[in-house]
Design a protein around this ligand. Structure first.
Ligand code: FES
Length: 509
């Protein structure tokens, strides 16, 4: 942890640094189970908790450590205010479905709250109002239209020209009765409960494929097999597509988070602006002290400016608006957005109804992950769930999907071609420590990183998913793919899919 007003050198999320989680072994043999869950984030753990509570035999695997993926890097707002969305939902899905979307989120909040009550979980849970604010004239009317949607859907809230957080605003839309918490303190208790109820967990176990059958079998990188009745893919990006064409139906975005102490008193509330660059503010509790989480600078993965510039922009914002007395953490997160902004939760394809996906949460993983866990566990337990239809991945809303689909895939095609031609003529010998370059080695586009001990790591920059070229992310020291968001460590190991295989290593003479 840093103790200065400067940006910490290495990224680290506050959540993981403030909780110690149990460790679990790697899967070393082939096994059978009833439900196999891939991914130990909020979706997988909540589903495991709900299913084991009903006596179902569940096995959960994670490619890395539990809760070290998107859930460990969230801002942990438990809210139905997912940006400006309700007017758009009414236009594209109709009033009834827009109302279902709101109620699905509020039911997820209730489930979290009830679970906290039941186990008396000390996870800094706080009821807060949520605010969308703007300083852009173009967004004033959008907030007015969104408020009309709130009224139509009976969502409690208010439009005004001020808010408790003292920063300049032109218009503000409040949604009442939302919440925030410490997600890892909460989920740690769910892990304990599920393990007590028989959950088996294997960490550092990567699923690479599913052999589809009435009883599907997950194949792991070490060639072990998990034979089961149901698979839940809760791994952010589904590792098994089943011809559902998920890479063409979602796009990845990165966002940046800084955690700072300021001389100001936090007035309560959770805040996000409507325009770009995005800015969001909430409070967290660090050993009884206030920690301000300031979030923003979203951009498509692998397509932003130098990543440290994003942290600097947040730092400048925080400094100007509140002052920084201590810069404690910085980290980043990756989110997937579907074509119509509603997550894909349900059977991976119409024909494979015992393999589930849960993905495309945009930035709203706490509510959407809980909704997904409830929908999928209800499907497995054969219980009715009013939200199944709304989130089903096989829906296809022609408008606005087709336009967005074309735009998204044209963007992928552009990067597929352009990336191949973009490299420097840098001599790797001239690289500074902790810096990277993309150059040519033996005629091939090669990414080279030099660590602080002057050791060089060279990788072939061709992404193992569909062949786009990865770019350097200086903030996280990763190679990020601009096409569908695969991310690799500087040694080439997969950090985030859809890629399943590491980048090829390149030998430097
Ligand atoms: Fe699809 Fe890289 S993630 S090509």
């Amino acid at each position: 942890m840093a103790n200065s007003v400067n940006i910490p050198q290495f990224p680290q999320a506050f959540w993981g640094d403030s909780v110690s989680l149990p460790e679990f072994p790697k899967l070393e043999e082939s096994i059978k189970t009833d439900v196999a869950i891939v991914g130990g984030g909020i979706t997988g753990i909540t589903a495991a908790y709900l299913l084991t509570k009903q006596g179902v035999k569940v096995t959960l695997i994670d490619a890395g450590d539990l809760l070290n993926g998107v859930t460990g890097h969230t801002t942990a707002k438990i809210t139905a205010q997912h940006g400006i969305i309700y007017d758009e939902l009414i236009q594209h899905f109709g009033e009834e479905n827009a109302s279902l979307y709101y109620h699905a989120c509020m039911d997820a909040k209730q489930l979290i709250e009830d679970t906290i009550q039941t186990y008396q979980i000390d996870c800094d849970y706080r009821q807060e109002d949520a605010y969308i604010f703007t300083n852009s004239d173009a967004y004033i009317s959008k907030l007015q239209t969104e408020k009309q949607a709130y009224d139509q859907l009976n969502i409690p809230g208010e439009l005004s020209s001020s808010m408790p957080l003292d920063i300049p605003v032109k218009s503000v839309l409040r949604m009442d009765h939302q919440a925030q918490f410490h997600p890892l303190k909460y989920l740690k208790v769910l892990v304990d409960e599920a393990v007590n109820n028989g959950l088996e967990i294997y960490e550092h176990t990567t699923a690479t494929d599913i052999e589809y059958n009435k009883h599907p079998t997950i194949v792991t990188r070490d060639e072990h097999r998990i034979n089961c009745n149901y698979v839940i893919q809760a791994s952010h990006y589904p590792f098994y597509d089943g011809q559902g064409f998920y890479p063409t139906r979602m796009y990845p975005e990165r966002a940046y988070i800084i955690a700072v102490k300021t001389p100001e008193q936090f007035p309560g509330g959770m805040y996000i602006n409507a325009e770009s660059p995005s800015r969001s503010v909430r409070l967290a509790n660090m050993d009884g002290e206030d920690l301000w989480l300031i979030v923003g600078e979203n951009h498509k993965t692998g397509q932003g400016k130098s990543t440290m510039k994003h942290y600097e922009a947040l730092q400048q914002f925080a400094e100007k608006q509140f002052g920084i007395s201590e810069f404690v953490y910085r980290w980043s997160a990756q989110d997937l957005t579907t074509m119509d902004k509603v997550p894909y939760i349900g059977s991976v394809t119409k024909n494979e109804d015992n393999v589930f996906v849960a993905t495309g949460y945009r930035k709203w993983g706490m509510t959407n992950g809980t909704i997904a866990a409830k929908i999928i566990s209800d499907r497995i337990l054969d219980k009715d769930n009013p939200y199944c239809e709304l989130y089903t991945p096989s829906r296809f809303q022609a408008d606005p999907s087709v336009r967005k689909f074309t735009r998204m895939n044209a963007d992928v095609a552009k990067h597929m071609i352009r990336g191949k031609l973009e490299y420097t003529n840098d001599n790797v010998k001239d690289l500074e420590p902790d810096d990277a370059t993309v150059t040519r080695v033996n005629g091939k586009r090669t990414g080279v990183y030099k660590d602080n001990d002057n050791q060089l790591f060279a990788v072939d920059t061709t992404c193992k998913h569909l062949g786009c070229e990865v770019n350097w992310n200086s903030g996280d020291r990763t190679w990020d793919c601009p096409c569908h968001g695969s991310r690799y460590s500087y040694t080439g190991e997969v950090i985030e899919g859809p890629a399943k295989e590491p980048l090829n290593k390149v030998k430097l003479e």
